[in-house]
Design a protein around this ligand. Structure first.
Ligand SMILES: Cc1ncc(COP(=O)(O)O)c(C=O)c1O
Length: 376
């Protein structure tokens, strides 16, 4: 029998956790489609808020999941043997240079936990993926955000922000939420400037969308004897965001350390088989990439026509200056179009819009035009 003991009112649990945890704010999740429809009493809404693949998962991944359902009573393969072997073959590194994560977010967190202690520093762009600063703060270390320059990582300033206390640098290329990239020359100068004992985490979550000859895929810089961890994900072009699977590629000793603090079954069995199948689905990837190219061009042109500045993007989303972003966001919601307001990223005038199917892009533009017209 359990007995409920009333808690002493004098106890404030916040006093029980370190002060850097007290100062953390929870990650604000996007609005689920179903909730929007219930709240506004509408149907047929579209979600262009979380940089997901508008075509859904690869059909091959779905077939692999179906085949694996009968084995749900088994624990997943804690080593991710088949998937790591397949990735290693493609990338040209040993399988032990690869760690799988429950989303690449998992590996971002593992890296912070492994490398940082109270008082250490980690450098990142101020308007880059918010998770970097959150995981750093959760360890008691100090995030050192560096301003973007023209919506783009300022690698020179980031290198200058490194101090003897710096253990990690987080970079997102393309950056979320701006969609911009740094180019090969800047990247190589940056690598030359970073002290050898600082681990550079290159988060290339959107790399598969980039079609630019000057894009430095950080996987190509592995095995050059430096502390570099590349992060990739199956959440974006492979369309498996719900399954939560990503991976890191880095020096063997770095990956071995991360494995020490990884949960033994951090990547579920369905995610592993789906990712393996999705890797081989070149057609799905190519179709998604082509749709993205056309969708970005369509959205950019529409913004120009509507007189709304947008930031040139190499990813699967576009950052648009709509002026009164709160009003425009709410008005779009009421029309059944979910996008992402960017105040968390300190872009109070901007919305981030994921490239959808042609019909979804069209619907977004028509709705945006109507909403902007309402304010005139
Ligand atoms: C730059 C960047 N890195 C990592 C992630 C997280 O991806 P995952 O779903 O693999 O955790 C995202 C997701 O939006 C992202 O924008």
């Amino acid at each position: 029998m359990s007995v409920r003991v009333p808690r002493d009112e004098a106890i404030d649990v916040r006093d029980l956790v370190p002060e850097w945890i007290q100062r953390l704010a929870a990650y604000p999740p996007g609005m689920p489609l179903e909730e929007l429809e219930r709240e506004y009493g509408i149907t047929g809404s579209i979600k262009l808020a979380s940089n997901e693949n508008p075509f859904g998962p690869s059909p091959r991944a779905l077939a692999a999941i179906t085949d694996a359902l009968g084995s749900l009573h088994r624990y997943p393969d804690g080593s991710g043997f088949y998937l790591r072997r397949a990735l290693a073959g493609r990338i040209g590194v040993p399988a032990d240079a690869i760690i799988l994560g429950n989303g690449s977010n998992d590996i971002i967190e593992l890296t912070a936990r492994a490398f940082l202690r109270e008082g250490d520093e980690a450098v990142m762009a101020d308007q880059a993926f918010v998770i970097y600063q959150m995981v750093v703060q959760a360890t008691g270390a100090v995030p050192r955000p560096v301003p973007l320059r023209n919506y783009t990582h300022d690698l020179e300033a980031i290198a200058r922000a490194i101090t003897p206390a710096t253990k990690l640098v987080f970079l997102a290329n393309p950056n979320n939420p701006t969609g911009t990239i740094y180019k090969r020359d800047e990247w190589e100068d940056f690598l030359a400037a970073v002290p050898p004992q600082v681990l550079v985490v290159a988060d290339d979550a959107y790399a598969d969308y980039v079609e630019d000859a000057d894009y430095p895929d950080s996987l190509a810089y592995q095995r050059r004897g430096r502390l570099l961890l590349t992060l990739r994900t199956f959440s974006k072009i492979h369309g498996l965001a719900a399954l939560r699977i990503g991976y890191g590629v880095g020096p063997l000793d770095v990956v071995a350390l991360l494995n020490r603090i990884r949960q033994p079954f951090n990547v579920n069995a369905l995610a592993q088989v789906a990712a393996l199948a999705a890797l081989d689905d070149a057609e799905h990837v190519a179709r998604t990439r082509a749709n993205n190219r056309e969708g970005l061009a369509f959205l950019r042109a529409a913004c120009e026509r509507l007189g709304r500045p947008s930031v040139p993007s190499w990813a699967n989303f576009l950052l648009i200056d709509v002026g009164d972003a709160t009003r425009v966001y709410d008005a779009l919601l009421r029309r059944g179009v979910i996008v992402r307001p960017m105040d968390v990223y300190n872009f109070p005038r901007h919305l981030r819009v994921t490239v959808g199917t042609p019909a979804e892009n069209e619907r977004f533009v028509t709705s945006l035009e109507a909403v902007l017209g309402e304010s005139r």
